[in-house]
Write a protein that binds this ligand. Structure first.
Ligand code: ASP
Ligand code: MG
Length: 432
């Protein structure tokens, strides 16, 4: 293991000038060892950029208005950050130029003729991270926190499965060794992007990929693994890993210690505090993962590590809103058996649809996914020949670990349960 640390700052930790100043002060107080900082797109930028993907908004005027909104959001924050006199003006000018170029490239990407949705998505949405890191790296340099900006697309290499690239670990390891490890001896602070990665197309051209929504944690974990980091820290707007989302619960409990496997289960069920793929790489190398509050950086936080059970042991709640429950019935009166399931799963894999819960009966197969109109239409279209399809939107998926009946009743209230599953430790319910 090296003495390198990896930090990850998500969108909420860099969503305003004040937030970025706070982030800068956290980084500044950790420069005693080499540090790699992975940053997401600022605030809700990724959501906005999803609207700019070619083919999503039919109306050019609406698309340009959205673009101008994204541009103004970043420019205003940068202006505010560098409005003091104590900044290095040449660093500011260089950063402005770099941002101008990125916005021009984004405009080009979003006005391309639509090709494959997943490909177009990655070429467009990736600007969120390129812009945020350019802006923040430039700001840090301008206030004397000298750092090196690296394009993570040259480091994290994936296949060309767009919108959820699979990491080429061998190549990524080599690239990280070559480009990061060596730099860290001269530049103890590296700033790079989460979420995005790079691939080579069959034509030999470079293309951008992404690792899936909220993938920045995973990026930090990939880099931690390849660097043999001593620890990784995710800076959040919550005090640590809570037993429920404070948006839904008043009395949340902080879990101080989480075994690696428990963290994987929780993330899989949708605990938004970490991305599902994050834990495995760091578990393989025994790297501790700290989850800490950027609001109160000196507070203890939570640690994911080699523990036996969560501490304290308490029920854990995970809610996913805006779910669609889709039921598929074969038109030809056949049963839902292996061959029909094969057709359905092949389609879901091809469209890169994440299934949050599924169940089948003799005559129908039901599954629940995050609502996405483009994907929903593609599913309908592809299956229309062979199957009848029904769906319900606006649902909530509730997962409870370490549940009992009283807890279920309290959480469900009077709502209509459309589907439920139980294992010894976990229950999942889809409610209206
Ligand atoms: N910016 C990306 C997203 O919002 C990645 C991340 O934040 O982790 O999904
Ligand atoms: Mg995020």
């Amino acid at each position: 293991m090296s003495n390198i640390k990896v930090f990850k700052f998500g969108g909420a930790s860099v969503n305003s000038a004040q937030a970025i100043r706070n982030m800068a002060s956290i980084v500044k107080s950790h420069l005693d060892t080499p540090l790699v900082v992975v940053i997401s797109a600022m605030g809700k930028t990724t959501n906005a950029l999803e609207q700019l993907v070619p083919g999503v908004l039919a109306d050019d005027v609406a698309r340009h208005a959205k673009y101008e909104e994204v541009k103004a959001y970043h420019t205003t924050i940068f202006d505010e950050l560098v409005s003091t006199t104590a900044v290095d003006v040449s660093a500011v000018a260089d950063t402005r130029d770099a941002l101008q170029r990125l916005f021009a490239d984004l405009e080009k990407a979003m006005t391309c003729k639509p090709t494959d949705y997943n490909y177009d998505y990655d070429q467009t949405v990736s600007f969120g991270e390129l812009i945020s890191t350019t802006l923040i790296s430039g700001y840090l340099n301008s206030i004397g926190i000298s750092n090196l900006w690296l394009d993570v697309r040259q480091l994290v290499r994936t296949d060309d499965y767009f919108r959820e690239g699979h990491v080429d670990w061998l190549r990524t390891g080599q690239q990280v060794q070559q480009h990061v490890t060596q730099h860290l001896s001269e530049h103890p602070l590296v700033i790079t992007q989460g979420f995005i990665a790079g691939t080579i197309l069959p034509t030999g051209a470079e293309a951008t990929t992404t690792l899936g929504r909220e993938g920045s944690d995973y990026s930090a974990s990939i880099l931690s693994y390849c660097l043999g980091a001593s620890e990784m820290t995710i800076w959040k707007d919550v005090p640590g890993f809570l037993n429920a989302d404070p948006k839904y619960f008043d009395n949340t409990i902080k879990i101080n210690k989480i075994p690696y496997n428990e963290a994987i289960e929780l993330a899989y069920y949708g605990a938004s505090v970490i991305h599902p793929k994050t834990v495995k790489p760091i578990q393989n190398k025994g790297i501790r993962l700290n989850i800490k509050s950027f609001v109160d950086p000196s507070a203890e936080g939570s640690v994911v590590g080699p523990f036996f059970a969560i501490d304290p042991l308490t029920p854990l709640y995970i809610f996913k809103n805006n779910q669609v429950l889709i039921s598929i019935l074969p038109k030809d009166f056949s049963f839902i058996a292996e061959d029909n399931l094969q057709t359905i799963f092949a389609l879901l894999a091809r469209l890169n649809v994440k299934v949050n819960m599924m169940q089948n009966s003799a005559l129908s197969f039901s599954f629940c996914i995050d609502f996405n109109q483009v994907l929903l239409s593609s599913i309908q279209e592809a299956l229309a020949g062979q199957f009848r399809l029904r769906y319900n939107t606006g649902l909530q998926l509730i997962t409870i670990r370490y549940y009992n009946q009283e807890i279920i009743d309290r959480i469900v209230g009077g709502r209509n349960v459309l589907l439920q599953q139980r294992s010894r430790t976990t229950t999942q319910l889809i409610v209206e």
